[in-house]
Each structure stands twice: as structure tokens, then as C-alpha cells.
Design a protein around this ligand. Structure first.
Ligand code: BTN
Length: 243
């Protein structure tokens, strides 16, 4: 990637050839007192992690795998909103290259129901780690119905540096909106919500539940109609669309 990139404040890039997981390694740097805005890019991850303990594979040189360190001033009970902020930043960033991307609550980014990016937000005592994996240039996936890449969607090689810049610009904007101006963030997420109107099932506290998604509530919760009444789901394991 040969373009010079002008990073929005407060970001700085640390690039590493090989890491276990950028989320794990940036956590160590956070513990050493690194300030907000550090972006750790791993050219290769040997132990990339997804949500719910799944592995995240990113072929060397073809993908973007990076983590961003934040030291939020917003109160901790609002930190779960970083998932939505990141999902929107990634979706909008990818829309510089593609038509509308969808957000599968809370933060998978999909193109035509195929996953193009995954996000893993983790909190420490006084920091938040935002891990982002974007399928930029791979052409083959174990299951072509489940995943896609920018290259496959655009039919051309895409610059990883450009994608990174487009996402960071928007992350700078939306990570500042989890407390004030959250409504604007929500609007962006609602417009792209892949689940609204769909019948879904999910596991919550060990219970299997299913219902129809009504939308996203004012705190970012998923509104699901369950046995005739609407409940706001704040946290759930993977939400699956029933076919
Ligand atoms: C998911 O969809 O389950 C989330 C995937 C998150 C992957 C990214 S890649 C960069 C960062 N480091 C990790 O180990 N995971 C995240």
C-alpha cells in the first residue's frame, strides 16, 4: 500500500509483522500506559480471536486486522455502545468502495448477508480495545455463502491503507458520540440494520428465545417481540435469522 495516509487525531500507527492477536497485544501496551489513539496493526495474527471465543483467520497480507486503544471519558455503563459506533464506522468506511453495507446487531458488517468484517470490543479497567478485522483482498473462503471481501464485491484489488483511513476517520467521529449525539449514531445503525423485520433466535442466559425484531431502541438495544410483548435485548450470544 503506497499511499501516504493522513491520520485523524488522535491516531498513531504501530505496525507489527506478526502478533498473537492485536487485541491481546494492545492490552499489554495499554497496561504500560499507552495513550488513547494507538492503532496496532498485525500483518499476521497467529491467534486472532472472534466473539464468543471463536478463532479469527486473516490470511497474511490480504486483510486488515487491527486494534484501537481508547481511554473513554464517558461512563462505563455506556461503553457497550462502542460496538455500535464501531459497526457504523466500518460500514460507512466500506461504503466508500461499495453500496450500502448492513450491520447485524451488534456489530457484524455484512454485504448481501455475507460477513465482510468482524468487530471485537473488549474493556479494561480504564480503557477500551476496539478490534477490527476486515476482509479486504482474499478471494476464497471456506464457505462462500457466509463470507465475502471487498475485492470480491468490487472486482478489483483494494488498498488496505485506504480502507484503514476511511474507517479510522469515522471511528474518530462515532466513538465520540456514545454519550452526546448518540441519536445520530443510532440513526446510522438503524438505517443499516440487517435484522429489522426478521424472525430471529438467540441464546440468552442459557435460554433459547425466538421472536421478530422490531428495531433498535434508544439505548442501542435490540427490540424483539417475544410472546406478544417487546423486550429490549442488551446482550445475547449470536443472534441468528430463522430461515
Ligand atoms: C467476530 O466477528 O467474531 C469478531 C472478529 C474480530 C477480529 C479482529 S482482527 C483484529 C482484532 N484482533 C483479534 O484477535 N480480533 C480482532
Amino acid at each position: 500500500d503506497e499511499i501516504a495516509i493522513l491520520l485523524p487525531d488522535p491516531y498513531r500507527i504501530l505496525w507489527r509483522e506478526k502478533v498473537t492477536s492485536t487485541n491481546d497485544e494492545i492490552r499489554i501496551l495499554a497496561g504500560q500506559g499507552m495513550s488513547e489513539g494507538l492503532v496496532l496493526i498485525g500483518e499476521e495474527q497467529t491467534a486472532g480471536r472472534g466473539r464468543r471465543g471463536a478463532a479469527w483467520f486473516s490470511p497474511k497480507g490480504e486483510n486488515l486486522a487491527f486494534s484501537v486503544l481508547l481511554r473513554p471519558r464517558a461512563p462505563k455503563h455506556l461503553w457497550s455502545r462502542f460496538s455500535l459506533a464501531t459497526g457504523l464506522a466500518v460500514a460507512e468506511g466500506l461504503e466508500r468502495f461499495l453500496p450500502m453495507a448492513a450491520i447485524k446487531w451488534p456489530n457484524d458488517v455484512l454485504i448481501d448477508d455475507r460477513k465482510i468484517a468482524g468487530i471485537l470490543v473488549e474493556a479494561g479497567a480504564d480503557f477500551v480495545i476496539i478490534g477490527i478485522g476486515i476482509n479486504v483482498n482474499p478471494e476464497k473462503f471456506p464457505d462462500e455463502l457466509l463470507a465475502t471481501s471487498l475485492k470480491k464485491e468490487c472486482d478489483r484489488e483494494i488498498s488496505r491503507a485506504e480502507v484503514l483511513l476511511e474507517v479510522l476517520k469515522r471511528l474518530a467521529k462515532y466513538s465520540g458520540r456514545i454519550e452526546s449525539d448518540f441519536e445520530e449514531l443510532l440513526d446510522g445503525v438503524r438505517q443499516r440494520c440487517a435484522l429489522t423485520g426478521k424472525q430471529v433466535k438467540f441464546l440468552q442466559g442459557g435460554n433459547h428465545r425466538s421472536g421478530r425484531v422490531k428495531g433498535i431502541g434508544s439505548s442501542g438495544e435490540l427490540l424483539v417481540e417475544l410472546n406478544g410483548s417487546i423486550e429490549g435485548i442488551i446482550q445475547a450470544d449470536e443472534v441468528r435469522v430463522c430461515s
